[in-house]
Design a binder for this molecule. Structure first.
Ligand code: ZN
Length: 312
């Protein structure tokens, strides 16, 4: 009891109006405890305040960062859409280029066998383009997935451009040589006139008895009408020949020569380079001729062939 009493303190509370005195017995450690508690509370709330204000600052910063990111995100989305559109445009252009190349090859008569081969080996085919656009369409709305899809689109486009470039480079040689042949080939009529005698055996026009081999084609052109070179070439002969009268012979290369006979006037001389359609003679009635006409011959490797088989 005595020991216990030492650990306690008694508070006396004496109100003015009342006679009763109230007394409270409290443990002696209690005031110290209260003081320490109050100090701790003050420290804790100060710490909380500083944490709260720093959190608030962080929140403000984050909010503005998010705002910035959202606007960056928005502009990135526009950029990505632009890139996708560009990639589709390049894809379309590549397909168009391939189509044009095929058309040029077809026009100059480059065999479809090589076309098939090049189409098979070329990555610039409609199948591949479909897969690329599918990839773009199917890409998830997630930005990084979209970027990856665009990256792969562009990588595939770069490959396609390289392969198309190679295909064009490989085609230039054959196309050029084919064009040179087509320009040299005697494929047009030497005069605009009707054919009066074709290639082959016919009744002798001079004696009207027996037959002779007609080595060319006769055109009922009028006197002085212009005759043209039927293909690119070099004039091998321009002058007089007893039977053919005033005559021009053109060498076209590829073993092909053409001959224009019975002319009244010669417009080119030996060694001249002539172009398909270029004026070379004026039609006449010179040499062994029954009347004004153009006698026209085509020779392949020195042998007369039917000129009609070369006309377009
Ligand atoms: Zn003839």
């Amino acid at each position: 009891m005595i020991k216990n009493k030492k650990n306690y303190a008694t508070f006396m509370f004496i109100p003015e109006s009342q006679s009763t005195v109230k007394s409270y017995r409290i443990p002696v450690w209690f005031p110290k405890f209260v003081t320490v508690s109050i100090i701790l509370l003050i420290l804790a709330s100060a710490a909380s305040f500083s944490i709260l204000s720093s959190l608030k600052l962080q929140y403000e910063i984050s909010k503005s960062e998010i705002g910035k990111l959202t606007s960056i995100n928005g502009s990135q989305k526009i950029e990505i859409e632009k890139l996708q559109k560009n990639s589709e445009e390049v894809q379309k252009q590549l397909e168009e280029n391939s189509r044009m190349l095929e058309e040029v090859k077809k026009a100059v008569g480059i065999t479809p066998a090589s076309n098939d081969k090049s189409t098979d080996s070329s990555p610039v085919s409609s199948d591949n383009s479909a897969s690329v656009s599918k990839l773009t369409e199917n890409s998830s709305p997630d930005m990084s997935a979209k970027i990856e899809s665009i990256e792969s689109d562009f990588a595939s486009l770069v490959d396609k451009i390289a392969s198309q470039k190679q295909e064009i480079n490989e085609s230039i040689g054959p196309i050029k040589s084919k064009l040179a042949y087509l320009m040299a080939k005697p494929s047009i009529m030497p005069v605009t006139a009707s054919i009066t005698a074709g290639f082959g055996y016919r009744k002798n026009p001079f004696t009207s008895r027996g037959s002779e081999f007609h080595k060319g084609t006769d055109f009922a052109a009028s006197y002085g009408q212009t005759a043209v070179a039927t293909g690119d070439g070099i004039v091998m002969f321009s002058g007089w020949n007893a039977g053919y009268g005033r005559m021009v012979i053109i060498s076209h290369g590829y073993g092909l020569t053409t001959l224009y006979a019975h002319n009244s006037k010669l417009l080119v001389k030996q060694g001249d380079k002539v172009k398909k359609g270029q004026a070379i003679t004026k039609v006449g009635n010179t040499g062994r001729s029954t009347g004004t006409h153009l006698h026209y011959e085509v020779k392949l490797n020195g042998k007369n062939v039917n000129p009609s088989t070369y006309f377009n």
